[in-house]
Design a protein around this ligand. Structure first.
Ligand SMILES: *Cc1c(COP(=O)(O)O)cnc(C)c1O
Length: 382
């Protein structure tokens, strides 16, 4: 692997503070570092976030949580395991002081057994399915059953009640409206069962940027004598989906954290009529200079960036160098005609002048998908 990824921990911390101020001082901000910190290195980012006084980090599963806990130490921060609780995870949750998101009676009972075996009380957060049909207990009889089970548990405390929005980036969305109503109905059932959560949360980065939903979360939490929390991932790394019609509380204050780089490993001149790359999809129409970059789709530089497909580019010495021909597994050719480029020249694959959103547009996907796929050697740039 010949590319490297520079992580600006200073920007990461600034983004975290920007989120905190947009969400409101009374709101707890959980920074999501799942999927290896959205491809930014969870260890580097986790440490920087703890240094910025992040009280909560979110991971996807118990393995990620255990790795993070070993790196950060016990007591450094609280870690919420947000996705895919399985009964066999319970013992490790307790061992590594991880807090799982649960949604079935079986989850609660598995945590109870693990807590009792370890001789220490544990917390969980209960997820309510308000319309995404993924995780979470359905409002109604199922929810009542789980909440009542939590209410009588000696070992398991329901610290938080949460849900997740499908369309937070659409201001005034009727889908979000329905989810809010469903969440409110769920909260009533939770409270009637005798569970009093300390934290209530359902927003992501877009919810903070959009503004309206955050106001609602704050008000809802207050009514229950609980604290509102927000779970932000993409914004921590300096990106945000475009919110239409929202307040734009956040997006403009964010700065991308990742700069992905490589060095040019070859330069050649080709004559008009010369083919470049697999399928000979590109034929030079004039004399050109082509630089070879040791990165391809195996490294996360998407094949859709090929010329004639997404027509992607990289940046060399502050100038655009367009992809020529097809992106290969580990190699990409770019046009450096008329540019001062030699073997060893530094190439920015993603960073200033070429954003994750650009990559996403070429590839017909979203920035989340792009940054999660970046492979390289991670270095902290402070
Ligand atoms: C990933 C995730 C988030 C973060 O979403 P962003 O859009 O990146 O801010 C929040 N909540 C849950 C449950 C998640 O899985």
């Amino acid at each position: 692997m010949k590319s490297w990824v520079e992580i600006s921990t200073a920007r990461l911390q600034e983004n975290f503070r920007a989120i905190q101020s947009a969400a409101g001082a009374e709101v707890e901000v959980l920074a999501v570092v799942k999927a290896n910190g959205y491809g930014h290195d969870a260890a580097i980012c986790g440490e920087a976030l703890v240094a910025a006084k992040a009280k909560w980090l979110g991971v996807s599963d118990v393995d990620e949580g255990a790795r993070l806990r070993e790196r950060l130490g016990e007591g450094s921060t609280r870690v919420l395991v947000m996705c895919g609780m399985e009964l066999k995870d319970a013992a490790a949750m307790v061992k590594y002081a991880l807090i799982p998101v649960v949604w079935t009676v079986e989850h609660v009972e598995a945590m109870e057994r693990a807590a009792e075996a370890a001789g220490r009380k544990v917390e969980v957060h209960l997820e309510i399915d308000t319309g995404m049909s993924r995780q979470g207990v359905q409002v109604g009889a199922e929810l009542v059953k789980v909440a009542e089970r939590l209410a009588v548990s000696q070992w398991v405390q329901c610290e938080g009640v949460m849900s997740h929005l499908s369309s937070a980036e659409v201001a005034g969305s009727s889908v979000t409206g329905k989810q809010r109503e469903m969440f409110e109905a769920g909260l009533v059932q939770v409270m009637s069962a005798g569970v009093q959560p300390e934290l209530v949360h359902l927003g992501n980065s877009s919810a903070v940027d959009e503004g309206g939903t955050m106001e609602w979360v704050r008000a809802t939490a207050k009514k229950l004598d609980a604290k509102a929390m927000v779970r932000t991932g993409l914004a921590v790394y300096g990106m945000c989906l475009e919110v239409e019609g929202g307040k734009g509380m956040l997006a403009e204050k964010l700065k991308p954290v990742m700069t992905w780089k490589a060095n040019v490993i070859g330069v050649r001149e080709i004559e008009a009529g010369t083919a470049v790359g697999y399928g000979a999809t590109f034929i030079a129409t004039q004399k050109m200079r082509i630089a070879l970059v040791p990165v391809g789709y195996a490294d996360g530089f998407r094949r859709e960036a090929s010329s004639g497909m997404g027509d992607g580019w990289v940046m060399i010495a502050g100038k655009k160098a367009r992809v020529v021909g097809r992106v290969s597994m580990n190699l990409t050719t770019v046009d450096v005609t008329g540019m001062d480029v030699q073997v060893g020249s530094e190439v920015v694959l993603l960073g200033e002048g070429v954003s994750a959103e650009d990559h996403a547009r070429w590839s017909g996907t979203i920035a989340y998908d792009i940054v999660c796929g970046v492979k390289g050697k991670f270095v902290s740039r402070g």
